[in-house]
Design a binder for this molecule. Structure first.
Ligand SMILES: [Zn+2]
Ligand SMILES: [Zn+2]
Length: 920
């Protein structure tokens, strides 16, 4: 076979199929677009799923691409294989060619053979093909494929082997498209067998040793499987192939493991260089080296597609893989973060084909470095915790680290089980691994329960899909003359082609009904790319009458299946029927507000990049009539100076009154010209570019399908309302424009005017006047507290004069003013220190109820006086009770009018109690 680099394999595959009239499409992002059922893109066909399900029309009958894929479910055990097995990867590239109802088995088999034998020069004597033969005996053997292998290629017919459902039948799910497949295997020679010493082992295609390597799967999507499991032949049959780039690179370079191909070696070489290891060390440390190479690719591509480390879903997958790589790095000897260097190698090696990696270089490196640094900190904390757990266990015989503890380390500090196990075994501890698995399973169970997939109800979906098909089939949906009718019109005369009420198709609707209406053509925009749907009116007018005969208020728009636009709202007047003519009128003022906000987000995006740096990427947006929200990647809070600068420069761009233009270009050309593409968007190969400024040197250019103003001056005014954080490394700005900005300014100025009137000053003087008032207030407050202190002193002096002597004991019983019992207690404390040896009972009315606090110095407690006994008898007078310690007690009562009477009783109580003590 010809010697080729990985990049050459990729390019020659794409060139070959371009030569067979295929359109080469870009890889879909790793974050699946518009598919809530999938965590990460895991197969080449993901982005074409809707075509196979007949939910979407193919744009081209033949396409080919190199697709970024990730296979990892988020379970720890899945990752254990990485680095240990020679071909297991989390991230990999799947090359594919597709036919959507176009060519079929004959062509794909012919071309596959041509590519591998003629272009790549694989020896025919090493190749094997497989075809489907049902091991359950229900489905016919794929004689068609076998026939083409025999007639269209010069493969030795003995090398065409039949296999059953497990190996050679493909289905999308329990129901839906499915069909037989034909695989191509490569015989690497007996020396590659890794089971030679297993007694009775025989090398075979689809066997269990490393000699035969399957590298290309040709899937023939031939049937549809219904709920009962019955297969019916599809009217339009498809081809879906998947060729593992890593495997072909391995074959082309004659190496044993995919890791030894040039898709991985530059990464491992860089790691070796940083650590200064010799060749032998690299071979000894083969697993950590491979893990870092695999995970380094995965994290670079994930972040490149806008995934940020976190604790849920795909964000968690990224965090877990990144931390696992960081930890293996520590094992190898890295004391400092190193994954940024690894990511640089990946960007350099793959950025030629996956240009987004180059464009987002700064962002990718920032996110990876920040997360690794954060992990280093938690790693230290986690190790300390593990140390503590082991120290506590030290005394026990044969101690085992509890599964729950190991899980806590995993869950909170990102400690994989094998790290805990490693560290524990160094000190002679074992880990309760089944306890760990149980805790993990419990968490996954919770995770599954909380996972909610938003999908269109299957039944509804059928209804809408059928409706769309009917409408298209009968030609009742208007000709697609204008690509973006919402951009060309705000009003349109058209026809009602369908009415839905309560999820049912109906022929008419009357006043008060909530309906969904399909028109032959519509000027209404349906929510997409962050811009909300249009609202407005549908109405029928008859000649000579001013008032419409019926009217529907459109509240929102919805596209339950691509291409079917529902105008949802209320019939507010009259009744309508299918086939009636109608004026569709978008609420133009609202549309204009939306357009101002949308254009302003583009200006904001480009100013943020200019002022904060090129690492700023849009991470989400909302364009509504009353405000705009813009999320972007940036590590720190914006300073006031930065906010002012951003706001000022957006307003400068508005005043410059730049013209806007919407142009159409191929995706590649637009990106090459510097247009910004957004994360998580799936772009067709022809895209719409919104340019602001002179077209030769635009101030901003973005791929965008939304509605915009014609000149930036129409935005009027731009005001930032808030800036905050929405997650690690992502900031959010909310702002208003046009009418809303004017209202905001007007309202703020109104407040200022009112304040200046109240202050009796000019608006320009308000801040100084307020400062003056605050100074004054502060001065007065100080005066008041001085006076309060003076009053309190006078009150205390008065109290000290009220001390009387009862049988040689100082007794003070007095009524005071106190806001709460706490104050009452403080007063007794103070008096007690002043008087030395004393019985104090203070009473006050607090919240309309009598309250008492009694304090007795310890020397008198010895003489039989207890605060609790005193206060109980005193409180009885006001209908209450209480208690406490011998030296301090408190009580409450019901009748405030008898407070003085109760306090007057104190000397007698003291005398009685002391008499009692003398008796006892
Ligand atoms: Zn073998
Ligand atoms: Zn836009």
């Amino acid at each position: 076979m010809k010697k080729m680099t990985g990049a050459q394999v990729r390019q020659s595959f794409l060139d070959f199929f371009a030569g067979k009239d295929h359109v080469i499409v870009p890889s879909a992002p790793l974050v699946p677009v518009g598919d809530q059922t999938l965590l990460l893109t895991n197969a080449g066909m993901n982005q074409f799923k809707n075509i196979f399900l007949s939910r979407e029309e193919p744009r081209h009958p033949r396409v080919a691409d190199a697709q970024k894929c990730m296979r990892v479910s988020g379970h720890l055990n899945d990752l254990e294989e990485v680095g240990r097995s020679p071909y297991h990867h989390t991230f990999f590239e799947m090359m594919g060619n597709w036919s959507f109802g176009d060519y079929y088995k004959k062509e794909v088999i012919t071309w596959a053979w041509e590519l591998v034998t003629q272009v790549w020069g694989m020896e025919k004597g090493r190749l094997w093909a497989t075809i489907f033969e049902d091991d359950e005996g229900d489905l016919p053997t794929d004689e068609e494929a076998r026939g083409h292998w025999v007639s269209e290629t010069d493969i030795d017919p003995k090398r065409i082997l039949p296999f059953g459902r497990e190996d050679n039948f493909w289905s999308m799910g329990a129901t839906g498209p499915c069909g037989p497949c034909s695989e191509i295997h490569y015989d690497r020679g007996p020396e590659y067998c890794d089971k030679q010493d297993v007694p009775g082992h025989v090398c075979s295609v689809n066997g269990d040793c490393a000699r035969y390597l399957e590298f290309w799967n040709l899937v023939f999507i031939q049937y549809n499987r219904d709920e009962e499991g019955v297969l019916t032949e599809l009217p339009a049959k498809h081809i879906d192939t998947g060729l593992g780039l890593e495997r072909v690179a391995l074959l082309a370079q004659g190496v044993r493991a995919t890791y030894d191909s040039d898709l991985f070696t530059p990464i491992m070489d860089r790691v070796q260089e940083m650590l200064g290891h010799d060749g032998q060390t690299v071979r000894d440390q083969n697993v950590p080296y491979r893990v870092i190479a695999d995970h380094g690719r995965a994290v670079t591509f994930l972040v490149g597609d806008g995934v940020i480390p976190g604790n849920e879903g795909r964000n968690y997958v990224l965090r877990m893989i990144l931390r696992r790589a960081a930890r293996f790095g520590r094992k190898l000897g890295f004391a400092e973060p190193f994954l940024g260097e690894v990511a640089e190698v990946v960007i350099d090696a793959y950025g030629g084909h996956y240009e987004d990696l180059r464009r987002r270089r700064e962002f990718i490196l920032n996110v990876i470095r920040q997360e690794e640094e954060r992990f280093q900190r938690t790693l230290d904390v986690g190790l300390a915790l593990l140390d503590e757990i082991m120290t506590n266990l030290e005394s026990e015989e044969g101690a085992v680290i509890q599964g729950a503890d190991a899980f806590r380390l995993y869950d909170t500090f990102g400690f994989p089980l094998d790290l805990t196990r490693d560290v524990a075994s160094e000190r002679g501890f074992a880990v309760d691994e089944s306890g760990f698995q149980a805790a993990l399973e419990e968490q996954r169970q919770r995770g599954r329960e909380s996972q909610q997939f938003a999908t269109v109800d299957a039944e509804d979906f059928e209804l809408y899909a059928r409706l769309l098909e009917d409408l298209k089939g009968s030609g009742r949906l208007g000709p697609d003359g204008v690509e973006h009718p919402y951009d060309a019109y705000v009003e349109l005369e058209t026809v009602v082609v369908a009415i839905l009420r309560d999820g049912q198709l109906v022929s008419q609707a009357s006043e008060g009904d909530e309906v969904g209406i399909v028109l032959a053509a519509t000027p209404f925009y349906v929510e997409s790319g962050g811009q909300v749907s249009d609202g407005g009116l549908l109405a029928r007018y008859e000649k000579g009458k001013d008032a419409p005969c019926w009217e529907v208020e459109v509240k929102t728009m919805r596209a339950p299946v691509p291409g079917l636009l529902l105008h949802e709202g209320l019939v507010s007047r009259g009744g309508l029927r299918v086939e009636e003519p109608v004026w569709a009128m978008v609420d133009a003022a609202r549309r204009m507000d939306i357009a101002r906000n949308h254009t302003a987000t583009h200006l904001l995006h480009s100013e943020l990049r200019y002022i904060l740096g090129e690492h700023v990427q849009q991470a989400g947006s909302l364009v509504a009539p009353d405000r705009l929200r813009f999320d972007f990647t940036h590590g720190a809070m914006l300073t006031q100076d930065e906010m002012d600068a951003v706001e000022q420069s957006v307003n400068d761009a508005i005043l410059a009154n730049y013209p806007l233009a919407a142009e159409h270009a191929s995706y590649q050309d637009a990106i090459a010209a510097g247009a910004m593409a957004l994360f998580g968007e799936k772009y067709e190969d022809e895209v719409r570019v919104i340019k602001i400024g002179v077209p030769e040197e635009p101030f901003s250019q973005e791929l965008c399908g939304g509605t915009h103003v014609h000149q930036t001056g129409e935005i009027g005014l731009f005001r930032i309302v808030s800036e905050g954080s929405v997650g690690a490394g992502v900031r959010r700005i909310e702002a208003v424009t046009g009418r809303a900005a004017q209202q905001l300014v007007q309202q703020r100025l109104g407040v200022l005017d009112a304040a200046s009137t109240h202050l009796g000053t000019q608006p320009e003087e308000v801040d100084r006047a307020v400062l003056r008032l605050l100074g004054d207030l502060h001065h007065r407050q100080k005066e008041i507290s001085d006076l309060r202190r003076e009053l309190a002193r006078l009150e205390y002096e008065k109290l000290l004069r009220q001390v009387q002597e009862v049988d040689g004991v100082n007794v003070l019983a007095a009524r005071v003013h106190a806001a709460d019992v706490e104050t009452l207690r403080e007063m007794t404390d103070w008096l007690r220190t002043q008087l030395g040896s004393v019985v104090i009972v203070l009473g006050a009315v607090i919240g309309e109820k009598p309250s008492f606090v009694a304090a007795i110095t310890p020397d008198l407690v010895d003489r039989g006086l207890k605060a609790g006994s005193v206060i109980k008898r005193v409180a009885r007078v006001v209908g209450g009770g209480g208690g406490g310690r011998p030296t301090l007690a408190q009580a409450g009562g019901r009748d405030p009018r008898r407070l003085d009477e109760a306090l007057a009783l104190v000397p007698k109580v003291v005398r009685d109690l002391m008499g009692g003590s003398r008796d006892s």
